[in-house]
Design a protein around this ligand. Structure first.
Ligand code: NAD
Length: 414
């Protein structure tokens, strides 16, 4: 299935439509919840190190700010386009609503291949991006954060460029380095959150994690910390993959060695005591938890029949297409949806923003305790609504988030 077909599947629109139908909302309300407030498209010229000029397309979609300032990641990747960013921005509004964070939703990105840019080209591209967008971002307006292809360093450049125009205000971005006002515990927050959500699920449905196997697609910020904390919680991580391939050991991977190898060599492939496999085989493994933690549309009509996990936990945003979701659900495979499973990052981003607004630093334990409390609360709400209404977790999560978003929009006035 090509990318156009996947976009035509309109996965998250259909999830949202289903939730709105079940809540008895009319079409106008559905469209209000779906439609972004503002879409910004930018062209960013960059003089490369060799003197040539390249123009990059960049986007920022600000979905809703009725519950708080727009909030969402910034992605640097060759697949970035307006449809993708629009979808991700809407998911952010639903995620912040589900977690009851006083924030809205946004997403941005630059269509580029990070690996083909030098560090100084990346820095200049990022600073040019801020020069063009600074009027539309800010601590009470729109607060970017890292996503695929971006990291703490890129957030520090955004912060610095913004500071040159408006003076020191670290609350303009989250996911910054600690030394420029970042929060303890932000770096690992999304992956740690994935493990906390799995622990909450296991507790609720009396599953002993020490008897569980896990396969993870993607070993970046989300995948590696999910692996680390699930391993620490006693689960057996039997396979992981990245864009260069996968590794497998049915007795359990030594996750610390895999992280060390990835940092040294740039891929998980080639670590000791693991067989090399491919990405498709990692997705198809028989396991208790499969965590897609790379890009969207990892599981589609093309490969859904190969999926053999008991539960799919969406560490990535929108990794399961509408058709695949339907087929997995009919087969009785549980899916813990992205707006819950990967909400740890934005939750600690919220804590970072709060610390920045007050010019204080919280101890790590305070961040971790706050994250656990927020995620446990959201899990409890989703699992309870799912049980009461006899709907799947995604549907329950979308209903809860849609109700909160709708209430805020109507309270503010249209
Ligand atoms: P990242 O750039 O740090 O890592 C992405 C990983 O995916 C890399 O290991 C890459 O090699 C791998 N990958 C890419 N294509 C692959 C493929 N075809 N097969 C296997 N692996 C592949 O990105 P990240 O921050 O970890 O984000 C991953 C996902 O999680 C994205 O969907 C992102 O939107 C979502 N997410 C991230 C955060 C966050 O705080 N970083 C928060 C919520 C959701």
């Amino acid at each position: 299935m090509d990318n156009t077909t996947l976009i035509n599947e309109a996965t998250h629109e259909r999830f949202l439509q289903l939730a709105c139908d079940q809540l008895g909302y009319n079409t106008a309300v559905y469209e209000l919840l779906l439609t972004p407030s503002r879409e910004i498209r930018l062209q960013i010229p960059l003089t490369k190190d060799d003197g040539s000029i390249v123009i990059f397309n960049a986007y920022r979609v600000q979905h809703h700010n009725a519950r708080g300032p727009y909030k969402g990641g910034l992605r640097y990747h060759a697949t970035v386009d307006i449809e993708d960013v629009r979808t991700l921005a809407c998911l952010m509004s639903l995620k912040t609503a589900l977690l009851e964070l006083p924030l809205g939703g946004a997403k941005g990105g630059i269509n580029c291949n990070v690996d083909s840019l030098s560090a100084s080209e990346l820095e200049r591209l990022t600073r040019r991006f801020v020069e063009k967008i600074h009027r539309n971002i800010g601590p009470t307006q729109d607060i970017p954060a890292p996503d695929v292809g971006t990291n703490e360093q890129i957030m520090a450049w955004i912060q610095d460029q913004y500071t040159k125009i408006y003076g020191y205000n670290p609350a303009v971005v989250t996911g910054k380095p600690l030394v420029t006002g970042g929060s303890r515990g932000r770096r690992e927050a999304t992956g740690l959150g994935v493990s906390m959500v799995i622990q909450a699920y296991a507790k609720r449905y009396s599953i002993d994690l020490r008897n569980c196997t896990v396969a993870i697609q993607g070993f970046g910020n989300v995948g590696r910390y999910a692996a680390f904390y699930l391993d620490a919680a006693g689960a057996k991580i039997i396979a992981v993959s990245d864009s260069q391939g996968g590794i497998i050991n049915h007795d359990g991977l030594d996750i610390k060695s895999v992280i060390h190898h990835k940092d040294k060599v740039g891929t998980v492939v080639g670590v000791d005591n693991a067989d090399i496999t491919d990405n498709a085989s990692v997705l198809a493994l028989t396991c208790d938890f499969l965590i897609p933690a790379a890009l969207g549309n990892a599981i589609t009509a093309n490969n859904v029949n190969a999926i053999s996990a008991k539960c799919v936990v969406e560490g990535a945003n929108s990794p399961v297409s509408w058709t695949a979701n339907d087929i997995l659900t009919q087969r009785g495979v549980q899916i813990i949806p992205d707006i819950l499973a990967s909400a740890g990052g934005v939750t600690v981003s919220y804590f970072e923003w709060v610390q920045n607004l007050q010019f204080v630093n919280w101890p790590l334990q305070q961040v971790r305790d706050g994250l656990r409390e927020k995620l446990d609360q959201a899990c409890e709400q989703v699992f309870s609504v799912a049980d009461e209404k006899k709907v799947v977790f995604r549907n329950a999560a979308y209903q809860i988030a849609s109700e909160r978003l709708k209430e805020a929009l109507f309270a503010a006035g249209i």
